[in-house]
Design a protein around this ligand. Sequence first.
Ligand SMILES: N[C@@H](CCC(=O)N[C@@H](CS)C(=O)NCC(=O)O)C(=O)O
Length: 271
Amino acid sequence: MAWEPNNEGEDPPQPFSLKSKDEIHTVKLYQFEASPPCAIVRALLAWAEVPYDVVQVNYPFKSEISWSKYQKIPILVVNDMQVKSSLFGLRVMVFQVNDSFIIAKCLSPCLFGREATQHELNLMKEITFGVMVAVEIELFSDDKDRSNFVDAFFSDDCCSQTFVKPLVLLMVSQAPDRIRKSKPEVKPLSEYGETFKKGLQGNYIGGSSVGPADLMLWALAEMCKHVRSTLMENWLLKNDLTGWYERVAGETETDTLLTAIMATKKSIWTQ
Ligand SMILES: N[C@@H](CCC(=O)N[C@@H](CS)C(=O)NCC(=O)O)C(=O)O
């Protein structure tokens, strides 16, 4: 039976059958750099040191994903080995997995060597459909953060400085209202703190080692840091999660040798 891609927030119709990193031959990520759920997926792949190709999706036409019924990004395509299979006579199933939560859930066995626990799944869902959306609303509502965000991602040449940047700034400034209307269930960022503070099971949400929920939350904090926003830094501080962040990021002097994690991995940014 051919693989059926999933809808947002829904499991694929058939179980994702890859269970180890060795079964992953190619990974293609349809994305754009500034998108928070795409940063989450890049963090998961970087942590597991899985090489991947990126296809930048251009807005508003998104012609790069015109072949897909699912029209959001990230879209992850695993084992699309048309060239390799004709060379080696391999027949492999091509998997299209959509949505940062579902991508993290399906790929956990391959990336972490185990399924995500129910505790992690609850928090992973809360990250994709709660924290991430709250971060987007609050980041884009703040003049300075919004401007820094646009500077970080949309200002590489003088043409875009003059024409594209003002347009993008306008679109981003309208995003919070649009998001609030389409997702009225999302709470202010501060209201998600307690869940994550209580969510640590030892050093990490994943227990004694980093798991998928740790990396998803780290990616959002890393994105804020990348655009010089203190939004997540303050949230982590208020919720006693700064130590957790530093353990994942591997930035403290004392942690460097023992627990440096993301600091030793491929950056999730190209810009
Ligand atoms: N729950 C999804 C959300 C994906 C999403 O909303 N992506 C945005 C970009 S950040 C998008 O592609 N929106 C569709 C559009 O603007 O046409 C996930 O976490 O992957």
